[in-house]
Design a protein around this ligand. Structure first.
Ligand SMILES: Nc1ncnc2c1ncn2[C@@H]1O[C@H](COP(=O)(O)OP(=O)(O)OP(=O)(O)O)[C@@H](O)[C@H]1O
Ligand SMILES: [Mg+2]
Length: 265
């Protein structure tokens, strides 16, 4: 039987900033509906790799395939057209616009009255309520400006907005970094909801305990390289920490210059 076509297949991705080789021949695979945890120390290249996949950074080298077809993203708009969405580390919501307005920012429903185009607020709000309900996101009032929402609610709105573009791939960079415990749980539940619908998710996080709650697999980055991957059922926090700080990697490399089990095949 032929191997199933991966949702995402990245190969040989390299990106340099000045003298820093931020990404060095990186590979990444993602199956439909899979949740992949992308982990690594500060500066390991996680955000840059995800920006390559979301079209915000153009690599010097490498290929990307979505559902078996090669794509070249010159901008986030190109990635969006291929159904790849990213929720950024620093949230990109508009503070002085209400929840519904943020969900539909840049694509607000309009209606024409006597040939003049007006914002269709009533439809926008009804659609916003339906959109949030589908994802199980609870916000007390969708007419409130997002600056008045909690961190967790803001994060949910940002994810809800990304999810509403009908993504095949949803990338989340540190979605729970600034959240309280209950808010983290809500975001993790949202990840479960979208992945259960077949959306492939890349979750970047330093909260290692979260990986074990939602991820199917993890990939570890170290100084611009993808050095290891594990099915979540086959690993534990101690091993992940070792991989992140490079202990296992250097120990194995010293023992075996072939670096068996380290390279991602
Ligand atoms: N636009 C840029 N210009 C110059 N250097 C950059 C740029 N973006 C990233 N880098 C460098 O590339 C390296 C990897 O950065 P990246 O943001 O991908 O790391 P990260 O794994 O996401 O780290 P963190 O966990 O701290 O978010 C860092 O050394 C960073 O300084
Ligand atoms: Mg980052």
């Amino acid at each position: 039987m032929a191997a199933p076509i991966p949702r995402v297949r990245m190969r040989g991705i390299s990106k340099r900033y000045g003298t820093i080789q931020t990404l060095n021949d990186v590979a990444l695979d993602l199956a439909p509906g899979e949740v992949l945890g992308l982990v690594g120390d500060n500066g390991a290249g996680k955000s840059t790799l995800s920006k390559v996949l979301s079209g915000a950074v153009v690599p010097e080298d490498g290929t990307i395939e979505i559902d078996g077809r090669e794509v070249r993203f010159a901008s986030p708009a190109d990635a969006r057209a291929a159904h790849v969405e990213m929720v950024y580390q620093d949230l990109s919501l508009c503070d002085t616009v209400d929840v519904a307005g943020n969900l539909f920012l840049g694509r607000e429903p309009r209606r024409r009255i006597l040939g003049v185009s007006f914002l269709d607020k009533r439809r926008m709000r009804a659609d916003a309520v339906a959109m949030l309900q589908r994802l199980g996101i609870s916000v007390p009032d969708i007419t409130v400006h997002v600056e008045n929402l909690s961190g967790g609610q803001r994060q949910s709105i940002a994810i809800g907005r990304a999810a509403s573009f009908d993504p095949k791939v949803l990338i989340m960079d540190e979605p729970t970094a600034a959240l309280a415990v209950a808010e983290v749980e809500a975001v993790l539940e949202l990840i479960r909801t979208v992945s259960a619908r077949g959306v492939s998710v890349i979750l970047i996080t330093h909260r290692l305990q979260d990986l074990f709650l939602v991820c199917d697999r993890i990939q570890v980055m170290y100084e611009g390289r993808a050095i290891a991957e594990r099915q979540i059922a086959d690993t534990n926090v101690e091993e992940v920490v070792d991989l992140i700080v490079g202990r296992k990697f250097s120990a194995r490399s010293a023992r075996n210059t072939q670096a068996e089990g380290v390279a991602i095949s």
